[in-house]
Design a protein around this ligand. Structure first.
Ligand code: NAD
Length: 376
């Protein structure tokens, strides 16, 4: 099977779907790999490193002509997957009906990285998690950079500096990494998540878990590992209790998300106004609308003296390591779908069935069909 990696064309996307190490893994398993010249440039990966790893270099057309195309961002309207090919990328299939239709019409077999089941078996392919680690780390660094204060306590001849206070809302993969990073920089960290199950993880990172007693039906902690959307009443109660913690924080990093839903609004405009001037809100949930009422996705703005950083696509700011982790996820999925080097799809397998979007001219995912309003 020939695998192609085009250079990402979406503005601001600096990641690449395969790094040289991942090319080596694939060629070792008998895959042929063609990389578009310059595909890794933004991630500081050179064409010669790809060649040394066993890839052939080519044009975008050569990469798109492969049997399987590996990408980070969904194809842009200018990019045309070849009829009958395999495509693996983040595809935003629930909110991108035109693309899904285009892929089905071109009989492309497509797999969406964001639809990989969040199970132990699929962990090595879980790109949402690998990229959330990068986003959480970068969010803590952004908070530290934009704050006019030190994170750590310092004792100097010129006086003692008290540590900054960081509040992390949402302690999933990104939130936990933000906590760990802020702690390493010496900040005092508190965190809150609607799932009380994360309390121990938060504490093991040296942060304090903010307890908010809202135990009633529909409290959002969900039946399993994942959060559900909370009711308006519970949200109001959470906000009252959180207001005090937000006002005391120098930096608030928000990462709260509910799969398939807009981000819950946890930080109101009033809460921002109660923060000290110079404080910072880093809203990692900006991709899905933001956790802060004042968030304008894709911008960094100052309101009432508080910086609200809603930069999108944080993983792209650290393209070397985000590409490395993403490439491992993609290679693990590809070798799952083609263990002997040729596609051997088993739609009874939960990973294959969970991540598949289109196959054989059809939209195979029921969730995607419902979301894009396509018939069964
Ligand atoms: P996510 O990005 O969907 O959400 C981030 C966090 O926001 C979650 O922890 C969620 O509980 C929290 N949240 C939602 N609504 C909230 C609210 N109103 N107030 C406060 N917090 C709120 O989640 P994620 O990081 O992708 O994954 C969540 C968890 O799932 C992880 O921490 C992990 O334990 C688990 N997980 C398991 C696997 C696996 O087993 N392979 C893989 C990935 C994640």
């Amino acid at each position: 099977m020939k695998v192609g990696v085009p250079k990402e064309v979406k503005p601001g996307e600096r990641r690449v779907a395969l790094v040289p190490e991942a090319v080596k893994k694939l060629t070792g398993k008998g895959f042929d790999v063609v990389i578009e010249r310059g595909a890794g440039k933004e991630a500081n990966l050179t064409d010669s490193e790809y060649e040394e790893a066993g890839a052939a270099l080519g044009t975008a057309t050569d990469a798109w002509a492969a049997d399987a195309v590996l990408k980070v961002a969904p194809p842009e309207p200018t990019e045309s997957p070849r009829t009958g090919s395999l495509l693996i990328a983040f595809l935003s299939p629930l909110t991108n009906p035109e693309l899904v239709k285009r892929l089905a019409d071109a009989r492309v077999t497509s797999f969406a990285m964001e639809a990989i089941p969040r199970t132990t078996r699929a962990q090595s392919m879980d790109a949402l998690s690998s990229q959330a680690v990068v986003a959480g780390y970068r969010a803590a660094l952004a908070g530290a950079r934009e704050l006019g204060k030190f994170f750590p306590m310092l004792t100097t001849a010129a006086g003692t500096v008290r540590p900054s206070r960081v509040l992390v809302l949402g302690a999933g993969v990104a939130g936990l990494q933000a906590i760990a990073t802020a702690r390493r920089l010496g900040a005092m960290v508190e965190a809150y998540d609607v799932r009380p199950a994360v309390k121990e993880e938060v504490q093991s990172l040296g942060a304090k878990f903010v307890e908010i007693e809202v135990k009633q039906e529909g409290d959002g902690s969900g039946s399993g590992e994942y959060a559900k959307e909370v009711s308006a009443d519970v949200q109001r109660r959470q906000q009252e209790l959180l207001a005090e913690r937000v006002a005391a924080a120098d930096v608030v990093i928000t990462t709260a998300a509910v799969p398939g839903r807009p981000a819950p609004k946890l930080v109101s405009a009033e809460m921002v106004r109660a923060m000290r001037p110079g404080s910072v809100v880093v809203d990692l949930a900006a991709e899905t609308g933001g956790n802060c009422e004042l968030t304008a996705p894709g911008t960094v703005q100052v309101q009432d003296g508080v910086t609200i950083d809603a930069t999108l696509n944080l993983p792209s700011q650290m393209p070397f390591h985000s590409s490395l982790l993403y490439a491992n996820n993609v290679v693990n999925l590809l070798t799952h779908l083609a263990p002997e080097g040729e596609l051997a799809l088993d739609f009874d397998d939960e990973i294959t069935a969970g991540a598949a979007v289109t196959h054989d001219g059809r939209i195979v995912s029921e969730r995607v069909r419902d979301a894009v309003g396509a018939p069964a």
